[in-house]
Design a binder for this molecule. Structure first.
Ligand code: FEO
Length: 397
């Protein structure tokens, strides 16, 4: 995408990555690609905010040099040190090595840690200001949204909040404005992003939103570092973050399992039948953890009021797809959700106890245990599964 002016000589100079399918290693699926948003403020001083991921470094520097002579960049603001935003710094700073780089004290650590270079670092704190000439950038530290080094900055007069990862989405689109993309796609990606990246820091998200609101700064646009720019009703995403950060749940139940010979699958599906028989209005999804996408399963659990987790017992343990998923969930600190286990076994049957312990350690409120079926569920077993589903629906209503 070619560079374009967003507002009053503030330009988008980033990269749309249509190809990206995995982010954070293999942890996060990005079926709709992503963008790395870098911004250039042209004023008496020319200020670059963030760069793009390293594979695009040469492309980024070349494109930037077509928009502005690199020597005319007066300083760079790094809102965050993670590689997807700082990855082009080495290439850029080879061209303009002495340019001042403004960031938090923690970003000096992360940038030095990643690149082992002594650039011209200038540490800023919340409330510090940097003049662009006719306007000012106000810095707002945002530790753990989502790294210790994270920071926002706000451009006065034009009233733009550059929020870095917060309020972003991994979403490549032909337009970078929130009002010009399909709203269902946009909000799915926003929620998936919050659930998988920001959920562990929900208390800090709430605190930061309150702090920002108390600063009473008018907001005309929010420019995150991934996905669309919020220009139409920009505070809608802030309001939504406030809800997501508050033990969020919808009238929704998720069932997730792995199965060796389909017994646990049959149990899962029969529990689902019972839930829907009791509460036809509840939204429900059933996932095989070994086949479905983990990032999407996590987004679904984040939206749910309850999650039921099943596994066959194997070698006195649980199937690895369920184990991996539960480990990922543990770190996300979901709040206010109910959970239970179910499963099948042939002789020893340890799986449910293990799942229960993992769910409890992740902060879920345990419901009574689900069915534990020897070999394969027939007749009364299936009745038991359906009845259990009804009980879950009833308790969760
Ligand atoms: Fe988009 Fe935390 O980097």
């Amino acid at each position: 995408m070619e560079h374009f002016e967003i507002l009053d000589k503030v330009y988008w100079v980033g990269k749309v990555d249509w190809e990206l399918r995995k982010f954070h290693g293999e942890e996060y699926s990005t079926f709709k690609g992503s963008t790395y948003n870098s911004y250039l403020i042209r004023d008496n001083k020319n200020i670059l905010i963030d760069t793009v991921w390293a594979p695009f470094a040469k492309e980024f520097v070349r494109s930037l040099s077509n928009t502005i002579e690199l020597e005319k960049i007066d300083c760079i603001v790094m809102n965050h040190g993670e590689i997807d935003h700082s990855g082009s710094l080495p290439e850029l700073l080879n061209e303009i090595p002495d340019v001042p780089l403004y960031c938090t004290a923690n970003a000096v650590k992360s940038l030095k840690g990643h690149y082992n270079r002594n650039w011209n670092f200038n540490i800023v704190k919340t409330g510090d200001r940097l003049s662009t000439g006719s306007r000012e950038l106000i810095f707002i530290e945002a530790p753990m949204l989502h790294w210790p080094d994270s920071m926002f900055c706000y451009l006065t007069e034009t009233n733009i909040l550059f929020s870095n990862d917060a309020f972003g989405q991994h979403y490549a689109s032909e337009s970078l404005y929130n009002d010009q993309v399909p709203q269902n796609e946009l909000w799915e990606e926003c929620l998936k992003y919050y659930a998988n990246i920001l959920a562990p820091f929900s208390p800090l998200v709430k605190k930061k939103i309150n702090e920002f609101v108390s600063m009473q700064l008018p907001v005309q646009m929010i420019c995150p570092s991934h996905g669309v720019i919020w220009r139409q009703d920009p505070l809608q995403i802030v309001k939504q973050y406030g809800e997501w950060a508050s033990s969020y749940k919808e009238n929704r139940i998720t069932i997730v399992y792995d199965t060796m010979w389909n017994a646990t699958r049959r149990i899962a599906e029969t529990i689902a039948d019972g839930i829907l028989a009791e509460d036809p209005d509840v939204k429900l999804k059933v996932f095989n953890a070994a086949r479905a996408d983990k990032t999407e399963i996590i987004a679904e659990i984040f939206r749910s009021k309850a999650v039921l987790v099943g596994s066959s017992t194997i070698n006195k343990g649980i199937l690895s797809a369920v184990g991996g998923l539960l480990e990922q969930i543990r770190g996300l600190s979901f709040k206010g959700k109910k959970a239970a286990s179910f499963g099948s076994y042939g002789w020893s049957g340890e799986a449910q106890g293990i799942i229960n312990r993992l769910l409890e350690a992740s902060g879920f409120d345990l419901l009574p245990d689900g069915p534990k079926i020897l070999w394969y569920p027939y007749n009364e077993d299936l009745e038991k599964c359906k009845l259990y589903g009804k009980e879950v629906a009833s308790v969760c209503k």
